[in-house]
Design a binder for this molecule. Structure first.
Ligand SMILES: Cc1ncc(COP(=O)(O)O)c(C=O)c1O
Length: 340
């Protein structure tokens, strides 16, 4: 690892101008290229770029390709700040915004310049049939792979032109950094994204780069346990009378199961459910010994978020639970105790 901003200094420029692999840290640096080649391999794409956060990955892509008059489709039931960016910024710059739920994506995609699909969606964990949306998309299909991670699904192999994700969540997994990445097989798009990252300065810091790369070594183990825990918790919650609306794409009875099993290798560490009221959610978190309240997800400790507090279109008592890597029996027992 080389630390910035002095990272710029060791790059002594050559007399043979243009032959240097790296010239200035905001354009490229060895820390990024190591992490980018690992992410490209995980996503099964030829090109990857790291950015300072998941939001910067998404906004770099959008600013690179959209022009005034274009139609952009964003999920109405996905991560809410993507909608806010579209409404508060892109609409002002002459982009027409269509908000579509997972179930409306295929129809909304027709005629759009860019479609952003998020699957499984955060927080309701509905799945988008990526092959169907890819077939309907005449523009560019961008898939947010944050909740599934590249260990759970590879959107480009399923028909997406571009994959974006927050590396802040299960991919890095320790709730100690913000990061994002963009992947594609299209060299021209990759060049456009790299240009936008350079000019807008949407960069990942050197320490985060090193931490994220180091975290990939345990990603398989962590994510495997998170998925096992999520399935066990979802099964337990499904049989609990005070809990309704349990959603987990890996539960055979879940409405997402058919699509999820066709396109995912693993179903992720998130489970959602309804406890009926905000008060019941607060009681649940207070009584649990293993769960704390947090709005991020994907870390090694189990956390719960009452999503309505952020304005998501869900009931007051809706919980998005992010399963950590605790012992499965301990975690299920703790949750059952907290709910009884
Ligand atoms: C699905 C999804 N995409 C993107 C983001 C943004 O990621 P970041 O917080 O790293 O900017 C989030 C954050 O929660 C998310 O859940």
């Amino acid at each position: 690892m080389q630390m910035g901003p002095v990272l710029a200094a060791p790059y002594h420029l050559s007399e043979d101008e243009g032959s240097e692999p790296h010239t200035y840290a905001r354009a490229s640096n060895p820390g990024w290229t190591g992490l980018e080649s690992a992410l490209a391999e995980l996503e099964g794409v030829s090109h990857a770029l790291v950015t300072g956060s998941g939001m910067s990955a998404i906004t770099v892509v959008l600013r690179s390709v959209l022009s005034a008059g274009d139609v952009l489709v964003v999920p109405s039931d996905g991560y809410y700040q993507v909608r806010l960016y579209a409404r508060e910024r892109l609409a002002r710059w002459g982009i027409e915004i269509r908000e579509a739920s997972v179930h409306e994506m295929v129809d909304a995609a027709v005629g759009a310049a860019v479609v952003i699909a998020e699957t499984p969606s955060n927080p309701t964990l509905d799945t988008v049939d990526l092959a169907a949306v890819a077939a309907a998309t005449t523009g560019l299909l961008v898939v947010d792979n944050t909740t599934a991670t590249p260990l759970g699904q590879n959107p480009v192999a399923l028909g997406a032109d571009v994959v974006v994700a927050s590396g802040t969540k299960a991919l890095s997994g320790h709730s100690d950094l913000l990061a994002g990445y963009i992947g594609t097989n299209d060299a021209d798009l990759h060049t456009a994204f790299a240009r936008e990252r350079l000019l807008s300065g949407s960069v990942l810091g050197p320490f985060e780069t090193w931490l994220a790369h180091r975290s990939l070594g345990t990603a398989g183990l962590r994510f495997g346990r998170q998925c096992e825990n999520a399935l066990a918790v979802a099964e337990s919650l499904s049989g609990t009378s005070t809990v309704s609306g349990v959603r987990y794409p890996g539960l055979p009875a879940d409405p997402s199961f058919a699509v999820a099993s066709a396109q995912m290798r693993r179903f992720g560490g998130l489970v959602s459910f309804d406890l009926g009221s905000a008060r019941a959610v607060h009681e649940f978190v207070k009584k649990s010994e293993l769960i704390s309240a947090a709005t991020s997800f994907g870390g090694i400790h189990t956390t719960a978020d009452r999503r309505q507090r952020w304005g998501d279109p869900v009931p007051d008592g809706f919980v998005r639970l992010s399963c950590g890597i605790e012992d499965t029996v301990d975690l299920v027992a703790d949750i059952e105790r907290a709910l009884n």
